[in-house]
Design a binder for this molecule. Structure first.
Ligand code: ADP
Ligand code: MG
Length: 376
C-alpha cells in the first residue's frame, strides 16, 4: 500500500489521527503476518513536518517575518515540500505503507503525490480530518498561550529549572502536574502529551484561507475518507478498516502506472512553462483537426500523435482514446488548463526535475485518456 495522504486545517487533529492510524495499521500488519510468514508483508512509515524537522514558520508569508536573503515569499515552503517529497519517494513502494501527516492543502501537491504512488504501482488515498475553524483556532490559541506561559516561566526562573520530563512516557497522569501551576482554561483543549508548536496568528489565518478542500470527484483526491474531531473510537476504527480494505485488503485495486504519471526528468533546456503551454495547445489543436477531418469524430476513436514531433513509427506514437461523445474545444481547453495548473510547478518540485517535450506530451495525452475514461 500505499500512500495515505492526511489533509486538514492547521490544528485540526491531523497528527492525532495519524498516530491512531499508525497504531491501527501496525496491528493489521501484525495480523496478516502471523497468518502467512515471518517477514511482515508491509513496512510502515510516518512522515510529517516534525519527522523532517520542518518548522511552522515555513508556511508564514508575512513579509516582516522573512529573512532578507529568501528568494520569494513561499520559498521556504517550497523547500519544505521538496524535502517531504524526497522523504516519501525514498520509501514508497508496494511493500511500504506511508502515512503522510501534514496540511497537504494544495491540490497540485496532492496530485503530484498521487502520481508518485501510481508510478510506484501502489495505491493512494486521502484522509481528510474535518474540524471547524473555531475549534482549530482554539487549539492554536491554546498552543500560543502555552508557549507564552513557558517562555515567561523560563525567563522568571532563569536557567536553573531543568527541562520538564516529556509526559508522554509517564502513563500515570492522575497526579496534577506541579511544574505547570499556571496552566489555564484555554490550554485544556490540548492533550497532556501535546508538544506541537503553534502557528503565528497571521500564519494560521492565511493557511485557513489558502486551504484547498479535497474533491472526491478528482482521481487524485480519491478514494477520500473523512474523520471529524467528534468521531469516537468505534467510528474511527471503521474508517481505518475501510482504508485498509481499499489499500491492502480484498478490494485493493491493481495499479498500473499510466502515461500521465510518467516521471518528470531533467529538462534539456528551454522555458518549461512556455513548453507546457505550447505542447498542450498543439495536442488540443491536433485532436480538433483530426475530429474535423473525420467528419465528427467521437465513437471512441483513437488518434495517433507524434511523441516528439518527429516522424516516428506508428507503434511509438501517442494514442488518444476519445470518448463516445465528441469533445469540443471548450472541453479540451478546460482539461488543458487543469493539466497546466497541476503541472505548472510552483509547488516546490521544480528542483525534482522537469518534463522534456516528449514526456510532457506523453503526460498530457495520459491525462486526457484518464479524464475521457472517467467522463465516460
Ligand atoms: P494537528 O496535527 O492538525 O496540528 P493535533 O493532532 O496535534 O493537530 O491536535 C491538536 C490538539 O488537539 C492536540 O492536543 C490533540 O490532543 C487534540 N485533539 C486532536 N484531535 C482530537 C479529538 N478528536 N478529540 C479531542 N482532542 C483532540
Ligand atoms: Mg500535526
Amino acid at each position: 500500500m500505499p500512500l495515505i495522504i492526511i489533509t486538514g486545517l492547521p490544528c485540526s487533529g491531523k497528527s492525532t489521527r495519524a498516530k491512531q492510524l499508525h497504531d491501527y495499521l501496525e496491528s493489521r500488519i501484525a495480523e496478516t503476518t502471523a497468518a502467512s510468514s515471518s517477514t511482515p508483508k508491509y513496512r510502515l512509515h510516518l512522515i510529517s513536518d516534525q519527522t523532517q524537522s520542518i518548522s511552522r514558520t515555513v508556511y508564514d508569508l508575512s513579509p516582516e517575518k522573512l529573512p532578507a536573503h529568501v528568494r520569494s515569499a513561499n520559498a521556504s515552503e517550497k523547500d519544505a515540500r521538496a524535502a517531504l517529497y524526497g522523504a516519501v519517494k525514498r520509501v514508497l513502494s508496494p511493500r511500504d505503507i506511508v502515512i503522510l501527516d501534514g496540511l497537504n492543502y494544495i491540490k497540485g501537491w496532492r496530485y503530484q503525490l498521487f502520481c508518485e504512488a501510481k508510478n510506484m504501482r501502489t495505491p493512494s488515498a486521502v484522509l481528510q480530518i474535518g474540524c471547524s475553524v473555531d475549534k482549530a483556532k482554539q487549539v492554536n490559541e491554546a498552543r500560543l498561550a502555552r508557549r507564552k506561559r513557558t517562555e515567561q516561566q523560563a525567563s522568571s526562573q532563569g536557567q536553573q529549572q531543568p527541562e520538564p520530563k516529556p509526559e508522554a512516557e509517564e502513563k500515570d497522569s492522575e497526579s496534577p502536574d506541579h511544574t505547570k501551576p499556571e496552566e489555564n482554561e484555554t490550554e485544556s483543549i490540548l492533550s497532556k502529551d501535546d508538544t506541537s508548536e503553534p502557528y503565528s496568528e497571521s500564519n494560521f489565518e492565511n493557511l485557513i484561507f489558502r486551504y484547498e478542500e479535497p474533491n472526491p470527484m478528482t482521481r487524485w483526491d480519491s478514494p477520500l475518507f473523512t474523520l471529524i474531531w467528534e468521531d469516537d473510537p468505534h467510528q474511527t476504527t471503521q474508517t481505518f478498516s475501510k482504508l485498509w480494505d481499499v489499500l491492502a485488503g480484498e478490494s485493493k485495486k491493481l495499479v498500473r502506472p499510466n502515461l500521465s504519471t510518467v516521471q518528470r526528468d531533467k529538462d534539456p533546456g528551454g522555458d518549461y512553462l512556455y513548453l507546457l503551454e505550447r505542447e498542450t495547445q498543439n495536442i488540443v489543436k491536433a485532436i480538433l483537426e483530426v475530429q474535423n477531418e473525420d467528419g465528427g469524430g467521437g465513437d471512441g476513436q483513437r488518434i495517433l500523435l507524434p511523441r516528439n514531433g518527429g516522424d516516428e513509427k506508428e507503434e511509438d506514437q501517442l494514442v488518444v482514446e476519445l470518448p463516445a461523445q465528441k469533445v469540443g474545444l471548450p472541453q479540451l481547453q478546460r482539461h488543458r488548463r487543469a493539466f497546466v495548473a497541476l503541472n505548472r510547478g510552483g509547488i516546490g518540485l521544480e528542483a525534482v526535475g522537469k518534463l522534456a517535450v516528449g514526456r510532457l506530451r506523453e503526460s498530457f495525452v495520459g491525462y486526457l485518456n484518464d479524464v475521457f475514461d472517467k467522463d465516460g
